[in-house]
Design a protein around this ligand. Structure first.
Ligand code: FE2
Ligand code: FE2
Length: 219
């Protein structure tokens, strides 16, 4: 398993489910409500699992993918996008299914989510594929899927995160087992040393910067 593939795959599923809604018989409000509920749960469990298990590791290993200024900018932006998607989902839930206001909110969620997925794929997933080992990608995938499966049946209470605080604390407050998730500290350290060695970076002491490139550190 590979977290980058799982996230991509779930993005495709989200795109398909928005497309189902667009094609759904407009007067079948019960069907629309059911499909929307399932999509809303997927959006929230996916975003929360990314915040718990993917983004903290990207903050540690990322270098700022594609057109991102830095890893910190990538992650702040992603958390902000997640909050916007949550707001649109909340707005839809405040209106009667199938009403004009409901559709406006659903389309709003689709617009925010489409923009966000494009950016996440182009910057975050591409960056992570470059920087993270296959072992780490597998480990995060298991934790990510476990969390989603445990929460998907009922959904979870959507909680906005402060993007700057998230970057500062690396999402540590989200992970119940005291740390972000994917790898053990020793694995992370081993991976970092391997990355530094490959890049010709001299090892620094304990409590070393959590950023993996000088460019990121400037960000
Ligand atoms: Fe995503
Ligand atoms: Fe995301």
């Amino acid at each position: 398993m590979d977290i980058t593939e799982i996230i991509s795959h779930q993005h495709d599923e989200q795109r398909r489910m928005f497309a189902y809604l667009e094609e759904w018989p407009r007067d079948d409000h019960e069907g629309l409500a059911a499909v929307w509920k399932r999509l809303a749960i997927l959006l929230e469990t996916h975003a929360e699992a990314e915040e718990r298990y993917f983004y903290p590791e990207l903050l540690r290993l990322g270098t700022g993918g594609a057109d991102a200024e830095s890893t910190e900018e990538e992650v702040e932006d992603a958390v902000k996008d997640h909050n916007e998607i949550r707001a649109a989902v909340r707005a839809a839930d405040e209106h009667e299914t199938g009403s004009d206001d409901w559709w406006t909110a659903v389309i709003d969620a689709n617009v925010h989510n489409s923009d966000h997925m494009g950016e996440e794929e182009r910057q975050d997933l591409a960056d992570f594929r470059q920087q993270a080992s296959l072992e780490l990608r597998h480990e995060i995938a298991v934790k990510f899927l476990r969390y989603e499966a445990q929460t998907a049946a009922t959904g979870i209470e959507p909680k906005d995160k402060d993007p700057e605080q998230f970057v500062e604390t690396q999402g540590d407050e989200l992970a119940p087992d005291g740390g972000s998730a994917g790898a053990s500290d020793s694995e992370r350290e081993a991976h970092k040393m391997a990355t530094d060695a490959a890049e010709g970076v001299a090892p620094t002491g304990e409590g070393d910067s959590l950023k993996s490139s000088p460019e990121a550190a400037e960000g």
